[in-house]
Write a new protein. Structure first.
Length: 48
């Protein structure tokens, strides 16, 4: 789910999702499913 649209993907597809885009995943079928959730948080280098 991206915003209000369901987007079908197949094996080998890659999706780059931007911030503030509502998203959800559903895996249907016999194969493996992987979802990597990466958040750029607490990675700022302290300059002082």
């Amino acid at each position: 789910l991206l915003n209000n649209d369901w987007v079908e993907v197949e094996a080998g597809d890659f999706m780059w999702l931007r911030a503030f885009c509502p998203q959800a995943c559903y895996a249907g079928g016999p194969g493996q499913f992987r979802y990597l959730l990466y958040k750029d948080m607490n990675r700022q280098i302290r300059l002082t």
